[in-house]
Design a protein around this ligand. Structure first.
Ligand code: LLP
Length: 445
């Protein structure tokens, strides 16, 4: 069980608040984040690297709720953003522009403009065409864009293929063999000030070896570039540190920090990091309610009111999330093997297959753990389900930090063009429901 979520008298609490009480107040499903856990995790990471005096730019993609960003920003975090939307979120949360780094392979012209207008710390450039476009955008504004070249070191991160980014065949960064040339070009282009290099080889790394290989290659490149007379002040080492979802043994922040010190300690660089998952993953649960328990001929299905649209990681990456009861069963309760599924009309809408779980009955509450990263941010309204709400709990109190929208609000996002008519002429239309017109008029049509 992650920290800050604990059982008391058989009841799951989050920072002193019964999870069942929150469920009663806001309904299910919902995400529940612990402010204490976020704080402790940020501090542990920052403390491990304190000697390096780094800038820790939280990867906003992992959890972009404004309350979470405000909290981390208040602890000193900057932000790693990958879109104008994330940039706006970081700024709206109060994170100062000089602590914001913009990464991503496909930044559009308007997005580059927004970054220049905000005066952020650094743009991590991932291709020569991007470098040229940024040069034009910066020159047009009479600005100088501080950039880092994101290097693709051609290292296998030994993680899930869909979240591996550091191999040559991945779309990310500039091949390490070409990065020197790109750096040189950056120095020649108007409006561009190359300040350093950036690196990110993948996510959910549970082994330090790929980090070491990538770090060593980049350290060589720093030395080579300096040897050729370039200034390389900054190095952004990305994120990627894994967490324990099931049986993994991810590196401790202190071991990661020791590796950083070993490889870069003598290079006198301003270091930045872009951790996401390690800061917020274990700090969040997704809470759901059992709708039915269905005894199939070969399986027992526990059907939740949460689905793949709320938490897509199991469907997308076959990822594991522990599923725990919000009220512990009586001692001696026998575990049963079940499939835990959602109501969406896809077989992939499965949170767990043949999982040993305590007895589950209709209306029971369950929590899926380690859901604070890449959970709510990846949610959708698929099957026209309402976007899942988010709750932040802190020392005995909780706040809804993103409410569940109403069905009216969801429907109001669509617009039907006039030329499709008002619905009253649809065959068999119930005018009352679709148009609000009195039935009498429909009869006349
Ligand atoms: N920096 C860059 C440039 C990134 O692309 C990422 C993640 C990070 C930092 C943060 O990585 P972290 O520390 O969180 O591992 N949706 C997937 C994860 C995708 C990660 C994408 N990039 C999942 O649910 O596992």
């Amino acid at each position: 069980m992650p920290d800050f979520f604990a059982y008391r008298d058989g009841e799951l609490y989050a920072e002193g608040v019964p999870v069942a009480r929150i469920a009663a107040a806001v309904g299910t499903p919902f995400y529940l984040y612990s402010a204490g856990s976020l704080t402790a995790r940020y501090r542990r990471f920052a403390d491990a690297l304190a000697a390096e005096r780094p800038l820790i730019c939280f990867a906003v993609k992992a959890n972009s709720n404004l309350a979470v960003l405000r909290l981390l920003g208040g602890l000193g975090a900057g932000a790693d953003v990958v879109s104008e939307g994330e940039l706006r979120r970081a700024l709206a949360s109060g994170i100062p522009p000089d602590r914001i780094i913009f990464s991503g392979v496909g930044k559009t012209g308007p997005e580059l403009d927004a970054a220049l207008a905000a005066g952020i710390r650094q743009i991590n450039v991932e291709s020569i065409p991007e470098l040229r476009r940024l040069s034009e955008a910066a020159t047009a504004r009479g600005a100088a864009a501080r950039i880092a070249i994101r290097v693709n070191p051609d290292v296998d991160a030994l993680t899930h293929a869909k979240i591996s980014t550091g191999k040559k065949e991945n779309k990310f960064g500039i091949d390490i063999d070409e990065a020197g040339g790109a750096y040189e070009l950056a120095g020649e282009l108007p409006g561009i000030e190359p300040v350093g290099l950036a690196l990110h080889i993948g996510s959910q790394l549970v082994d330090l070896a790929p980090f070491r290989r990538a770090f060593e290659r980049v350290a060589e490149l720093v030395i080579e570039l300096r040897g050729r007379g370039h200034t390389v002040r900054r190095l952004d080492l990305g994120g990627g540190i894994g967490i324990r979802y099931h049986a993994e043994t991810p590196p401790e922040p202190s071991a990661y920090a020791a590796l950083v010190r070993e490889v870069f300690g003598s290079l006198d660089l301003d270091l930045a990091f872009e951790p996401g998952r390690v800061l917020c993953g274990p700090a969040g649960l997704m809470v759901a309610r059992v709708v039915y328990v269905k005894e199939g001929s070969s399986r027992r299905f526990v059907i939740l009111d949460a689905a793949m649209n709320d938490l897509i990681r199991p469907a997308l990456y076959d990822s594991w999330h522990d599923i725990v009861p919000v009220r512990l069963p009586a001692t001696g309760a026998v575990l049963a093997t079940c499939d835990v599924v959602g109501p969406v009309c896809e077989t992939g809408d499965t949170f767990a297959t043949e999982r040993e779980l305590p007895p589950m009955a209709e209306n029971d509450l369950v929590a899926l753990t380690n859901a604070g990263a890449y959970g709510a941010v990846m949610s959708s309204t698929y099957n026209s389900r309402l976007l899942v709400p988010e709750i932040l709990v802190a020392a005995g109190r909780f706040a809804v930090v993103r409410p569940r929208p109403s069905y009216e609000a969801m429907l109001a996002l669509d617009a039907v063009p006039d030329w499709l008519g008002d619905g009253s002429r649809l065959p068999g239309a119930s005018a009352g429901e679709l148009t609000g017109e009195p039935l009498r008029e429909r009869g006349a049509a």
